[in-house]
Design a protein around this ligand. Structure first.
Ligand SMILES: Cc1cc2nc3c(=O)[nH]c(=O)nc-3n(C[C@H](O)[C@H](O)[C@H](O)COP(=O)(O)O)c2cc1C
Length: 410
């Protein structure tokens, strides 16, 4: 028999306290508990063409799906009964500190996604003590990024253009502004085939059609921001009115090679990192040439679709180049667990592209802060549950990669 009693009116009243709905940016961001939540908010608030430019990838978008799948297909192996009260997520990267084992990847056209653009990214990175990377195709000047993140670490990403003077002029400005690392991107001899952009008729600058107007109606704030803030201007490009791909193809030099690396070395006093390394021999060659680091990346699946999954390359690359070389990884990171797994398998650092942009589109600076908070708490919790209290303690034995896609021997 269940024993029953007359309810106490005070207890009933306690249950009846109805929580009033909250509105505004803070309330919106408070409801985001994962990067995928930020993505959902971003999608609601951003015109389809700009959202798709960010969210999309090349051709059938298989590379990005596979990269995310590979992260989902890891198994963690926790140690038990080890103290995990104080978890230290900080690490050293390229001669300096980072409070967390990730930084913000370079992204072009960022103010198109949300008007605060790089200022929000650099400010949030500075506040969190992690590095921020400005793209050659950034929409905020080198000097303004420095102003937004005056005491933190700024990195600059270089595309070598047909017009070398433009590219090398940017390198000199970044050095003068105290940026400490240059990422030389090598996976973009020509633009990847971004089908969503072609289908949306996405052009730079954005052009209005009946479709874009219909899509704009539920997203008035984006348009108000776009029309009432300074025009998007690119130090390195003159707008052609074409798609992003057209713009890239008119600017990029498809003949860049190892000579360019040597030239950059002469111009740049800081660290040089090559971004877009996709096989073991290239990784070994670059480390032997004395670069300060490499980034295993397929550009978030935006260049060659069906390219190798960077996270999968990690163990073999680390084995061949040795533990001391600085190997970083990006593409597909949507959860702090992806970062912990990468660090366990020998990465020295990771970068996030879309996760940052989803935060930005969801809520400008506060949205990027929220993105960092979410990844940070996922990293901290995963480390504690693994029984690990510092990044150095993460080891390959903590992670197994489950295989769904197994190459056939040829
Ligand atoms: C919208 C967007 C723009 C990008 N622009 C650049 C760029 O200008 N230069 C560059 O080297 N990489 C660029 N990338 C690639 C990122 O630096 C990074 O490699 C990629 O986003 C990592 O994958 P993730 O988005 O899954 O984190 C861009 C990525 C996105 C999503």
């Amino acid at each position: 028999m269940v024993q029953r009693q007359i309810p106490n009116p005070a207890d009933v009243l306690e249950f009846l306290k109805i929580k009033m709905p909250e509105f505004g940016k803070e309330a919106r961001l408070k409801k985001a508990f994962s990067i995928y939540d930020l993505r959902r908010i971003a999608k609601r608030r951003t015109p389809a063409a700009a959202f798709d430019y960010t969210d999309g990838a090349a051709d059938d978008e298989l590379s990005i799906q596979r990269a995310r799948q590979a992260f989902e297909d890891i198994e963690f192996h926790p140690d038990i009964l080890t103290p995990a009260e104080h978890v230290d997520t900080s690490t050293e990267i390229l001669g300096g500190p980072s409070a967390l084992p990730f930084g913000i990847a370079p992204t072009g056209f960022t103010r198109l996604m949300q008007t605060e653009g790089e200022t929000a990214g650099a400010g949030a990175a500075g506040a969190a003590g992690i590095p921020f990377t400005l793209s050659t195709l950034g929409t905020t000047s080198i000097e303004d990024v420095k102003k937004a993140n005056p005491d933190g670490r700024n990195w600059f990403q270089l595309y070598v253009m047909r017009d070398r003077d433009i590219s090398y002029g940017l390198v000199e400005r970044a050095a003068k502004a105290g940026f400490d690392t240059l990422q030389f991107t090598v996976d973009t001899p020509i633009a990847g085939n971004r089908m969503r952009d072609a289908r949306n008729g996405f052009s730079i600058p954005p052009q209005l059609s009946l479709g874009t107007i219909a899509n704009a109606i539920p997203r008035p704030w984006w348009w108000i921001d776009f029309l009432t803030t300074p025009k998007l201007e690119f130090a390195s490009l003159s707008s052609t009115g074409g798609t992003v791909g057209d713009l890239l193809n008119s600017a990029m030099d498809p003949t860049i090679g190892y000579d360019d690396l040597a030239t950059i070395r002469e111009l740049w006093p800081g660290n040089i990192v090559v971004k877009g390394v996709q096989n073991v021999p290239d990784a070994v060659k670059l480390i032997d040439l004395g670069v300060d680091g490499i980034i295993l990346s397929n550009h978030g699946g935006r260049q060659l679709d069906r390219a190798p999954i960077p996270f999968r390359l990690l163990p073999e690359v680390v084995k061949e180049v040795g533990q001391d070389a600085t190997v970083m990884v990006d593409t597909g990171i949507m959860n702090g667990q992806d970062i912990v797994a990468s660090m366990a398998l020998g990465a020295k650092f990771t970068l996030v592209g879309r996760a940052y942009l989803y935060g930005l589109m969801a809520g400008g600076r506060e949205g990027v802060d929220r993105m960092i908070q979410i990844l940070s708490s996922e990293i901290r919790r995963t480390m504690a549950l693994l029984g690990v209290s510092s990044i150095d303690e993460l080891e390959p034995r903590h992670v197994t990669q489950l295989t769904r896609l197994v190459p056939v021997g040829n």
